[in-house]
Design a protein around this ligand. Structure first.
Ligand SMILES: *Cc1c(COP(=O)(O)O)cnc(C)c1O
Length: 669
């Protein structure tokens, strides 16, 4: 059959449709979408979990995601069972689940990589990791970091006055290093200087040249010897999404001229020996080791030159930027082309070579890795609320003789479709789709007929996809049909609150079902959140075969009334919680800290999410006035005879319960 369009925009068919309608040649197209066999291993491959999971996440033999902080042979927790058992305790989805055991592993991993590099190279400086709290300031988390970091002397970094106050209250490691970055006023500096007296190693980094004078004056006034760092503005740029953090026009740091002037200023003040640290930061999530090395080379030159000018520096602080492999590809901007060990080796060996050349002692190395320490430790779990499903198991009632020719054409495509004429039918189908719209617009098709055509379109596409999946060389058709048939899964979470970088900077996060993985996920979907914002969706997923980004997620079929279906967004521990906002007044989710051990798990902390009342308070609504106002309206309506007292009571009860409730959708009890 060939479809053509006549001058009136009507399609004509060389083959009149013919059908008796009772015998559909393809009854089981739907289940045909499935492969012949499926396995947990295939699910692991589909979602790439063994690549981005870094050993902390894998699929267990029950087909559920399990959390394994110490790798396959260590203890584990079944994420699906955990999700159910948390709900049994009254903790609600969406849930942010944090795993402190993973944090401990990350802290120790980074430390041991540097220890190994230092030992292998006979490097004479020490390593000191510092956690920048801006990456995730949640109290329990920072407390855990300080606790796990005690034996490796993990320090903290603050970038503002409020962060300094947090750091001072939480850092209880004797001589723990505190790096003070960010814009500073006299109060910030006085607080930092005085806090040296409570046994912390506090280094105030000059981010802007004017700060140097305030630091020296304040120190003299308080009679405290300051420990000063200079942040250098490098010319070498990083790479990746945050590439603008370095370079001559970057916001922070001192230029070469300012550094030379700063040294002379300190010399005049007789304070040159206070300059102990050189800092730089080239941006977050640096995907390439080449950028890390080239910026370090420039910074190391700054270091040796400052040393030659008479400032006997002790530390080089290489900032953050250590990447997290969000997609497992090893090459994209969401990934990295180096391991933590290579990172440490390159830093140590570069510094060694460059200092040895100039005969300068090896500096102690400070890193400010934030993302790499905390990204892995939290998982957001939410349930699917419903599906906008486009797959059609059955075609609509067959078209009849009296129906418009486009309907008969489509009926014909459906019936004649086989593996041998896929291409031809595919083209016919696309044309029929265009025709349907044209004919509806021109008044040829009525609404019921258009609906029939759309149903038939999806029925043909579903059948065609099943056939194409069994036909060699059909990759193009398959990917096109998958996109056309892509479902929208409506999910109980807010992108803006829980994964804001997915929206703001298009960052990729691993997303996958946390259970049912023995079964094939044979649908494709994008995920829509609860907000009314059309940007409130996730439509960037890992294509684990190519390492590219794809627009749809492989997912299990779901329909309302099915048992709850849970998805997880992984590696959300860095930046997401604190950048999250209250779009549409969806607040913080419930959060729990779970430690895993041989005999199971323990719920260490439960941090309840915002209630509606709390969220409303941020925008200046008061619970009492709101309830009072509803009460007045009901009184007026009672007086007017429009509502009964019982109904009024019931309305107020609902209203008050709503104010106390979760901002997300709650399951009916
Ligand atoms: C944000 C920031 C960091 C943390 O960077 P990550 O890429 O998360 O490791 C470190 N240092 C400074 C100065 C920062 O602003």
């Amino acid at each position: 059959m060939s479809l053509s369009t006549d001058a009136n925009g009507k399609s004509t068919s060389t083959n009149p449709a013919m059908t008796n309608g009772n015998e559909s040649p393809t009854t089981h197209a739907f289940s045909q979408l499935k492969s012949d066999s499926w396995s947990v291993e295939k699910s692991a491959q589909t979602y790439g979990i063994n690549n981005w999971g870094s050993g902390y996440f894998r699929i267990n033999q029950n087909g559920n995601v399990s959390v394994t902080p110490k790798g396959a042979d260590g203890y584990s927790a079944d994420l699906y069972e955990l999700t159910q058992e948390l709900q049994d305790r009254g903790i609600r989805v969406p849930i942010m689940i944090r795993f402190p055991d993973i944090i401990r592993e990350r802290v120790h991993l980074l430390h041991s990589c540097f220890q190994k590099a230092i030992a292998d190279h006979n490097y004479s400086g020490k390593y000191c990791g510092v956690y920048p709290i801006k990456v995730n300031q949640q109290r329990h988390l920072v407390q855990e970091l300080v606790k796990f970091g005690k034996d490796v002397r993990l320090g903290l970094e603050c970038g503002s006055k409020p962060e300094l106050l947090v750091v001072l209250s939480l850092m209880n490691t004797p001589n723990g290093v505190i790096i003070c970055n960010g814009f500073k006023d006299t109060e910030y500096i006085e607080t930092a200087l005085l806090a040296q007296k409570i046994g912390r190693e506090i280094i105030i980094v000059v981010d802007r040249k004017d700060e140097l004078k305030i630091i020296t004056e304040t120190a003299k006034k308080l009679n405290i010897r300051p420990k000063i760092g200079f942040r250098a503005k490098l010319n070498t740029q990083g790479a990746g999404k945050w590439v603008d953090s370095a370079g001559a026009r970057s916001k922070f740091g001192l230029t070469a001229i300012e550094i030379v002037e700063g040294i002379e200023f300190l010399r005049k003040q007789n304070m040159l020996e206070c300059l102990e640290l050189l800092h730089y930061h080239i941006g977050s999530q640096v995907p390439s080791i080449q950028s890390i090395k080239s910026s370090l080379k420039e910074a190391a030159r700054f270091y040796t030159e400052i040393y030659s000018l008479g400032a006997k520096l002790k530390y080089i602080d290489v900032g953050g930027g250590l990447g997290v492999d969000y997609d497992g590809s090893g090459w994209s901007d969401s990934s990295m082309n180096y391991s933590e060990q290579e990172y440490a080796n390159d830093i140590v060996s570069t510094l060694q070579t460059m200092c040895d050349e100039k005969g300068i002692p090896h500096p102690n190395i400070v890193t400010e890795s934030g993302r790499a320490l905390v990204a892995h430790h939290s998982v957001l779990i939410f349930n699917v609320m419903g599906v906008n499903n486009l797959y059609r198991q059955e075609p609509p009632t067959p078209a009849e003789k009296k129906d418009p020719s486009i309907m008969q054409d489509m009926q014909y495509i459906f019936e004649k479709l086989t593996a041998d004429n896929l291409n031809e039918c595919f083209n016919d189908l696309l044309q029929a789709k265009t025709e349907t719209l044209n004919q509806f617009t021109y008044g040829v098709l009525n609404l019921t007929q258009r609906a029939w055509c759309e149903s038939m379109f999806f029925a043909i596409a579903t059948k065609m996809l099943a056939l194409a999946q069994r036909t060699p060389d059909s990759a193009d058709i398959i990917s096109d049909l998958r996109e056309k048939l892509c479902d929208t899964y409506f999910c109980n979470f807010s992108v803006f609150q829980s994964v804001p970088d997915s929206w703001a900077v298009g960052q990729l996060f691993p997303v996958m079902p946390i259970h049912n993985l023995k079964n094939e996920p044979y649908h494709e979907a994008t995920l829509a959140d609860l907000t009314c914002d059309s940007d409130g969706k996730i439509e960037k997923f890992i294509d684990s075969e190519t390492g590219e980004v794809k627009k749809t997620l492989r997912i299990h079929p779901y329909k309302e009334g099915d048992a709850p279906y849970y998805l997880g967004v992984f590696l959300t521990g860095a930046y997401q919680e604190i950048l999250g906002d209250l779009h549409n007044l969806f607040g913080d989710t419930d959060a729990v800290h779970i430690s895993i051990h041989n005999s199971g798990y323990t719920v260490d902390h439960y941090v309840p999410g915002d209630t509606v009342t709390e969220v409303l308070t941020y925008v200046q609504y008061g619970r009492a006035e709101m309830v009072d106002s509803i009460r007045q309206y009901t009184e007026e309506s009672i007086a007017a005879g429009n509502i009964t007292k019982q109904e009024a009571k019931s309305l107020i009860k609902h209203y008050e319960e709503g104010l106390s409730g979760y901002t997300y959708l709650e399951e009916m009890e």
